[in-house]
Design a binder for this molecule. Structure first.
Ligand code: SF4
Length: 367
């Protein structure tokens, strides 16, 4: 079993972000812990535990989990370990913003059982960080990494965003080099997307900003692929690169369709073909939990066609690829001729060029 805790609190909303967040100066740790523990109690009788009794990964995502008082993380993990068996070496990840990483917080996270920290860096360029409405400075990133290392965090991942508007004059190669200089075990690289009802969407609608075109997106993606491969990182999933032995096991669970329970507002849970998701709004979620009601906002059962599409999409997005017989040979041969895929040992894997066309390629063979 894999657990995801959505911690929705952020100090302010970043200019591109449409996630389910609650902007709070102080994160209400006590209310959050009480609510998710109550939801957790409701999961204990779920039949999925019979086939997946051990907790293999726990992921605190957000929002900004590092804004919770670390005692909240500790209480949640204690409760999980009391009720369930934690697998030996279970991966426990916390997403953190660099400005929340203090020596005291890092030590408390480690004591609580966190062994992997994913830092939201996005860029090392001060003007880009301001444009993004990030709360941290570029200088806070190396000091956060150093503080985490001193506390004993052996697995650090950095998030960076590429494909920023050309008018920002962002030097992507410099940001990658500065990220690599910190020797993270893992990097997650996301292309900027324009989401509805964000400041970025408004700036674009008013003509103040122009979204990046496909060419620049592709060039930056391929630059990262080449640079990180030559630095010894495996590009093991379309958005993720790791040193050998440091792939994100929690995310890997999603890509292999392992069972997962999501707790907190907007969190999703999935067991084979069945999916459900929680109330998106923190206040509505809190109200439901306080009243002893269900947090579930919706559920669905995937049909055979949807499962097949998902398997193809998930398989193609990782470097493990798919068994060759899952892709019609005419499509596979065409992909190989174009340099979008390679086949070996009975599996077909997309190349970096192929990942740039992931959605279209997956859709083309799932009809
Ligand atoms: S810190 Fe993350 S979740 Fe919070 S507003 Fe910024 S991008 Fe969104």
């Amino acid at each position: 079993m894999h657990l995801y805790f959505h911690v929705p609190f952020c100090a302010r909303r970043c200019s591109y972000c449409d996630f389910a967040i609650a902007v709070r100066r102080e994160a209400p740790t006590e209310a959050y812990v009480q609510a998710v523990v109550r939801e957790w109690e409701g999961w204990q009788g779920h039949p999925a535990w019979a086939a997946a009794p051990e907790v293999r990964t726990v992921y605190f995502g957000g929002g900004t989990p590092s804004r919770l008082d670390p005692s909240g993380i500790e209480r949640i993990l204690e409760r999980v370990a009391r009720d369930r068996v934690m697998a030996p070496g279970a991966e426990v990840t916390l997403e953190a913003n660099p400005d929340d990483v203090t020596a005291a917080a890092a030590a408390a996270w480690c004591r609580a059982g966190v062994n992997r920290v994913s830092l939201g860096v996005q860029s090392f360029d001060p003007s880009v960080l301001r444009w993004m409405h990030r709360t941290h400075s570029a200088e806070q990133v190396p000091s956060a990494v150093e503080t985490l290392r001193e506390a004993g965090v052996a697995d650090i991942s950095l998030d960076l965003i590429f494909a920023l508007p050309a008018s920002l004059d962002r030097d992507w190669g410099r940001d990658l080099a500065l990220g690599l200089a910190l020797e993270p075990e893992h990097l997650s690289l996301y292309g900027l997307t324009v989401e509805e009802r964000t400041p970025l969407e408004r700036w674009i609608a008013r003509g103040e900003v122009t979204a990046v075109g496909e060419q620049r997106y592709a060039a930056e993606f391929l630059t990262a692929h080449g640079l990180l491969a030559s630095a010894g990182y495996e590009h093991y999933e379309v958005s993720n690169m790791a040193r050998p032995g440091h792939r994100a096991r929690h995310n890997g669970a999603y890509w292999t369709r392992a069972p997962f329970i999501g707790l907190g507002p907007a969190a999703h849970s999935g067991f084979g073909e069945s999916r459900q998701w929680n109330l998106r709004d923190w206040t509505a979620y809190l109200r439901a939990m306080t009243a002893g009601e269900s947090a579930v906002a919706g559920q669905e059962r995937l049909g055979a066609a949807a499962v097949a599409l998902e398997e193809i999409y998930l398989g193609l997005r990782t470097s493990d690829g798919l068994p060759v017989d899952r892709i019609p040979s005419a499509s596979r041969e065409r992909w190989e001729r174009q340099g979008w895929a390679q086949s070996s040992a009975g599996r077909v894997r997309l190349t970096a060029e192929g990942w740039l066309r992931l959605d279209a390629l997956a859709a083309s063979v799932s009809g």
